[in-house]
Design a protein around this ligand. Structure first.
Ligand code: HPA
Length: 273
């Protein structure tokens, strides 16, 4: 069996051979938020199933392609379709593409996701700039043998979401008159949405929103010292008195509606770098 480093190298070499393109920025697009791709001047597309060692996306609403192109004047690589713990992947498998993106040369990682808001001041459709996270998953992709070539045994997480990128994004949101919130994102396994008691527990843990992604990718990116920026679209509310039935279809619908302002903010932020 190939060691993780050999696998990352093999995959990065395959991509470099097929796509001579050195990305500066990696982007991971969340549920119902693939529309940012329409703003990319696309140079190459690689479906996940054609890439050696890549997991294949199984969720409805996630298409599963690596997109290479220009966004905001920068060379980007975007994952249209991401991998989740609830799909049955190990933490190492679902974060593998982030490691490959690093080997391809990315210097920053941008992530989007959909989440349930547990802060009572939030509204459905709000855009939340993530300033910190809580890993409420029962696992961590960095458990196991550490590879110093990737990063340290005990990586720092005090600046998991790059403060200067957050400040820049806030300035841009104000300039473009985009309503935004800032907050802490808690990652849980899913696939069940939370019970009212679970939403309350997440809130009491100190989070503003809860979702099923992003935290593993950010932990792996920070292990490799990649500055990260992430935005969450609040697609439903886990707030007492406001909890209604949630469905994946509803999450996608709200995410699609809120996508325009998120795309604008991401694009402006990338072009400001
Ligand atoms: N909980 C967990 N994940 C989610 C939610 C939620 O309410 N909404 C969108 N993703």
């Amino acid at each position: 069996m190939l060691q993780i480093l050999e696998k990352i190298n093999e995959t990065a070499e395959f991509i470099q051979k097929n796509v001579s393109f050195k990305p500066e920025i990696g982007i991971i697009l969340g549920t119902g938020l693939g529309g940012l791709v329409n703003e990319i001047d696309i140079k190459h597309v690689l479906p996940y199933e054609t890439i050696p060692n890549f997991p294949v996306s199984t969720v409805e609403g996630h298409t599963g392609k690596l997109i290479f192109g220009i966004l905001g004047g920068k060379k980007v690589i975007a994952m249209q379709g991401r991998f989740h713990y609830y799909e049955g992947y190990t933490m190492q498998e679902l974060t593998f593409p982030v490691r490959v993106m690093k080997f391809l040369g990315i210097e920053k990682l941008f992530v989007s996701n959909a989440s349930g808001g547990v802060n009572p001041d939030f509204e459905i459709g709000d855009l939340m700039i993530i300033v910190d996270h809580l890993n409420l998953l029962p696992d961590n992709p960095l458990i196991g043998k550490n590879y110093p070539e990737l990063g340290p045994r005990f990586p720092d997480m005090s600046d998991a979401y790059d403060k200067s990128l957050v400040q820049k994004a806030i300035k841009i949101a104000k300039k473009l008159k985009i309503k935004y919130q800032t907050g802490i994102y808690a990652a849980v396994t899913g696939p069940c949405f939370e019970t009212p008691a679970e939403y309350l527990r997440v809130r009491n843990s100190g989070a503003d929103a809860v979702g099923m992604s992003t935290v593993p990718e950010v932990m792996v990116a920070r292990h490799m010292s990649i500055p990260c920026f992430a935005i969450s679209i609040i697609t439903d509310l886990g707030v007492p008195g406001k909890i209604v039935e949630v469905s994946h279809a509803e999450v996608i619908k709200v995410a699609n509606e809120a996508e325009k302002k998120m795309t604008l903010l991401m694009e402006e932020l990338i072009s400001s770098l």
